[in-house]
Design a protein. Structure first.
Length: 421
């Protein structure tokens, strides 16, 4: 019986860590807003500012994270990130002021950044080429699985309270995340393998060059217009994605008037659709134009948010979840896959990290725009409408993101392997 290609174990570890971080932090934060607002009376803008601060942190940390991945390897960086995430969640349970809320969430966010998307994606990109979109789609399902776990978090919030739930979440990060980090390897070359499980080239032969083309350095990638168009397109999508991480549950509770557990089920429906979309996106992305798929997905993001903005019954919330969740799922894994196809593996971590500095414009401004107009008008209708219109720019950006010409310096050999750690 043939052995399972080691790259799929890397994918499995990535799925588990993504699910853990999404379930206890990223997607569950919107559920914390309701009980914390009831206890402290803080405005929606205050809570939106927490998420925006974490997105600024992600953008600033990105370039440093790329360097750390090259220097110490994926496994070491992820382990350190999980420890810091647990510390932040534990501190969150003692929140009694706005500065403490911001500080504890910032610590948790720094840890989740180090342990999350960029690190795991960098590892997976190194292990796959022909099936890259599929592999990235599978690790993205971890975020969807984490969204389902929001129901567990919501149950904890209503039964034992938000403080005990935050403390328990810190424990879960350590118990679940640290063993999974052991599965993460930085590159196949350290094990005498090639991406996709291809055999290593015989001695004295030239290694097969990646079908994605020669590798770009960070400087060469930044000079390519496609680098900026892809980054701006993703930023347009995150205007909505980041806003929903803060405002979805409060918006549903306010507009439909349902209990917290029912409102939180909107997150679950959205993430189930995202899970389905990720699998579809991975299949399509390995066969058709990734940028065309992303441009179409942006229409789903915008249409879904417009439905939510004017929702008066729960079936409209479900329609939003189908449109937005499906679009998010299809587009999400292609963000990394298209960068790897265009720019190669050599400096992927650095390229993705620097790109996040541009992407954070959308993830920072989206929640703040929605929160500001909700505080000013008493509902989310105007803010959500503005975000839906702005997100349509993503269709244009992805349409313009043509594949760049190969750089002058061709890299025929495989990239240098980072330490496994």
């Amino acid at each position: 019986m043939p052995r399972v290609f080691r790259g799929w174990w890397v994918v499995l570890g990535g799925v588990g860590i993504q699910a853990t971080l999404a379930g206890v932090l990223y997607q569950s934060y919107t559920a914390y807003v309701v009980p914390m607002t009831a206890e402290f009376g803080w405005s929606r803008t205050i809570f939106a500012g927490v998420t925006s601060l974490s997105q600024v942190e992600t953008g600033i940390t990105g370039p440093l994270q790329g360097w750390l991945l090259d220097r110490y390897g994926v496994r070491v960086v992820v382990r350190a990130g999980l420890l810091v995430t647990a510390l932040g969640l534990a501190l969150l349970s003692f929140t009694n002021s706005i500065p403490w809320l911001y500080g504890s969430f910032l610590i948790a966010s720094i840890g989740a950044t180090l342990a999350g998307f960029v690190s795991i994606t960098t590892a997976v990109v190194n292990w796959f080429e022909r099936r890259r979109a599929t592999a990235l789609a599978i690790i993205s399902t971890g975020i969807s699985i984490g969204g389902v776990l929001v129901l567990v978090v919501a149950w904890g919030l209503t039964t034992v309270g938000w403080r005990a739930t935050a403390l328990a979440s810190a424990f879960v990060v350590l118990v679940v995340g640290l063993p999974l980090a052991q599965l993460l390897d930085s590159s196949p070359e350290k094990h005498g393998l090639r991406p996709d499980g291809d055999p290593a080239p015989a001695a004295g032969t030239t290694p097969r060059r990646s079908p994605a083309g020669p590798d770009f350095t960070l400087r060469q990638a930044i000079r390519a217009p496609a680098f900026w168009y892809i980054s701006l397109g993703q930023a347009s999508a995150l205007l909505i994605v980041a806003s929903m991480s803060v405002h979805l549950v409060p918006a549903v509770s306010q507009s439909i008037g349902v209990p917290l557990e029912v409102a939180a089920s909107a997150v679950t429906i959205m993430t189930v659709m995202s899970f389905t979309g990720q699998l579809i996106g991975g299949y399509l992305g390995d066969r058709f134009s990734k940028r065309a798929i992303c441009a179409v997905a942006m229409l789903g993001h915008a249409a879904g948010l417009l439905v939510l903005a004017y929702a008066t019954e729960f079936w409209m919330v479900v329609l939003f979840a189908v449109l937005h969740g499906g679009a998010w799922g299809v587009r999400g894994p292609l963000m990394a896959a298209i960068r790897a196809d265009y720019f190669g593996r050599l400096a992927f971590g650095k390229i993705l990290g620097v790109s996040n500095m541009i992407v954070m414009v959308g993830s920072v401004s989206g929640p703040l725009i929605a929160g500001y107009f909700a505080d000013q008008t008493g509902n989310y209708r105007l803010g959500f409408t503005i975000l839906a219109v702005l997100s349509l720019l993503g269709c244009l950006f992805f349409g313009l993101a043509a594949k760049p010409k190969p750089p002058t310096r061709l890299t025929a050999s495989a990239p240098q392997s980072a330490p496994v750690g």
